[in-house]
Design a protein around this ligand. Structure first.
Ligand SMILES: [Fe+2]
Length: 192
């Protein structure tokens, strides 16, 4: 059951994201899909051949989550873009955010600050299904910092490839553009 890269070309034309930047980003994403499949095949072959005790097997196993999360986080990211980003004060999303953060504004400030942290990774708004509570988390690279069992609700890529072509070092300007293009329906659809 190999994974297939999804087509996000409908995002081309989004305000604040050049075609060059998006095409580069789609190509990077496709690389994670290819490698996830490659790792799964290689690990299955090693299992069949009795090579599970080898350092090669251990290192592939260790690296697998990095490739898989690189694939899946990009899918969440591209799928929560392409909307008009408008905040609807009476919306389900904003109400649930306010219940966890005190106000929508406090959440947005915290999410932007999470995305502005030094380093490469992701800002993720998670929902804990055991409390329905929401929380902003920094994911280092693709694989470090995930909350077990929680559902990603809104994902923002802050690797340099996500913005440098268009914004240079001005990550805050990219975050501004990101907010203008949030697909609220997609985000709300992830809420429990
Ligand atoms: Fe990315």
């Amino acid at each position: 059951m190999a994974y297939a890269a999804k087509d996000y070309s409908k995002l081309i034309g989004m305000e604040g994201f050049s075609q060059t930047l998006l095409n580069n980003h789609f190509t990077l994403y496709q690389g994670y899909v290819t490698n996830t499949n490659k790792f799964m095949d290689a690990l299955a072959t090693m299992l069949k051949e009795g090579k599970t005790g080898t350092p090669e097997y251990a290192e592939l196993k260790r690296r697998f989550g990095w490739e898989f999360d690189g694939m899946r986080l990009h899918e969440y990211y591209f799928e929560n873009l392409g909307g008009k980003g408008a905040i609807v004060k009476s919306g389900v999303l904003e109400k649930m955010i306010a219940a966890s953060f005190g106000s929508y504004e406090a959440w947005e400030q915290d999410f932007r600050a999470t995305g502005a942290m030094r380093g490469i990774g992701w800002a993720v708004l998670y929902q804990d299904p055991s409390t329905f509570g929401l929380c902003n988390v920094w994911i280092n690279e693709h694989d470090v910092g995930h909350l077990a069992g929680c559902q990603p609700i809104l994902i923002m890529d802050v690797f340099e490839h996500a913005y440098m072509i268009d914004y240079g070092l001005k990550r805050a300007d990219y975050i501004e553009a990101f907010f203008k293009n949030i697909n609220r329906e997609a985000v709300e659809g992830r809420l429990a």
